[in-house]
Ligand binder design. Structure first.
Ligand code: ACO
Length: 312
């Protein structure tokens, strides 16, 4: 038992915040931000625009893309670190907003920037067990909620947005979510976490070192497990944390730069939404073609890390 991708969708808020906009409000420069992160701009949600709003639009677009209705879905999983409400889940609120008339199971996973991989991991297990027919997976974040405007080292790094993918059960184990691996290490909590007043606390240099070690490790693990090499992969679409992390990780794995999809310049780090937003961007711009093999590694607070191998 396996799965196949039947639809995708994404949403980016209208408001664009450029590096030059940051220059006007804090002691930073476009040059510093581009050199250290590769970021040039990011989207910020309106004050009244929630994670649920963004998740709902991305999910609606994925349903339209798949030519399905919400009642055709039999499980919704949403990966988000930044929901405004502690309960209920974003996933169940999306069902309400989309007008589901059936009792569809729905829940959130919280794996920080690795959240979407954790959601894919759950979906793969359900398909393998034959438990669900069609799963809607959403990654949605309003990271701008967490910005500490007095901390220039974290304020410039994040953006908002949402992406969604719909997978259907299939008899082929060579399509859809082919393989996943997820890991965590709670001993490294101090490196990157939220604070009780909803700010990002991060040791940047230590986080950087761990990211360039653990993302390639997860990617290599999953390629070894699947019995493939970098030559067999069409695209590496990593969590978009930082351009330097992406390129040094890809170099460690022996991936040529032409195979790496980068959206961090346009979206910055949108945590659990970053990989799925990048996949949607690649489809929309004719970069990614159906049938291609995508390797998607991620890393985030926890620490958490992992990778997914998806034939789109
Ligand atoms: N503009 C200008 N100068 C800045 C800025 C800024 N926005 N931020 C920090 N600086 C300064 C610092 O104050 C410091 O100045 P000093 O030398 O006078 O003290 C100097 O730049 C160097 O600071 P470092 O923190 O050592 O800079 P570094 O080269 O490590 O780059 C960065 C910082 C970009 C945050 C890097 O550490 C990094 O990318 N870390 C990983 C971050 C990350 O990806 N986090 C998320 C991953 S997990 C997830 O996605 C949730």
């Amino acid at each position: 038992m396996g799965s196949r991708l039947v639809g995708y969708g994404s949403y980016l808020p209208e408001r664009v915040m450029t590096n030059q906009d940051f220059e006007k409000i804090m002691d930073t420069s476009d040059e510093w931000i581009v050199q250290r992160t590769g970021m040039r701009e990011r989207h910020f949600a309106r004050d009244d625009e929630t994670v649920v709003d963004m998740a709902t639009i991305a999910a609606k677009r994925a349903l339209e893309n798949a030519k399905l209705k919400i009642d055709d879905i039999d499980l919704v999983i949403c990966a988000s670190t930044s929901p405004e409400l502690d309960f209920p889940s974003v996933a169940v609120q999306v069902l309400g907003k989309l007008g589901a008339t059936k009792n569809i199971p729905a829940y959130d996973v919280r794996g920080a920037c690795t959240g979407f991989i954790y959601a894919l991991h759950c979906a793969r297990a359900f398909f393998t067990a034959g438990m669900h027919e069609r799963i809607l997976i959403i990654g949605a974040e309003k990271m701008s909620r967490f910005i500490d405007w007095s901390d220039r080292s974290t304020a410039v790094l994040f953006g908002d947005g949402a992406g969604a993918m719909i997978f259907e059960r299939s008899t082929s184990s060579y399509s859809g979510i082919i393989d996943t691996v997820v890991m965590s290490d709670g001993r490294e909590f101090d490196m990157l976490h939220g604070s009780p007043d909803h700010h990002i606390i991060m040791n940047g240099p230590e986080t950087y070192k761990k990211a360039v070690e653990l993302m390639p490790n997860a990617a290599q693990y999953i390629m070894d497990h699947a019995g493939i090499t970098a030559d067999n992969v069409d695209w590496i679409i990593p969590h978009q944390a930082n351009l330097r992390i992406i390129t040094s990780g890809a170099a460690r794995l022996g991936f040529p730069l032409e195979k790496i999809l980068v959206t961090v310049d346009k979206h910055a780090n949108t945590s659990a939404a970053s990989g799925v937003l990048a996949i949607a961007y690649a489809f929309d711009n004719g970069i990614l073609k159906h049938g291609q093999l995508v390797l998607y590694p991620a890393f985030g607070s926890g620490l958490t890390w992992g990778a997914a191998l998806i034939r789109v």
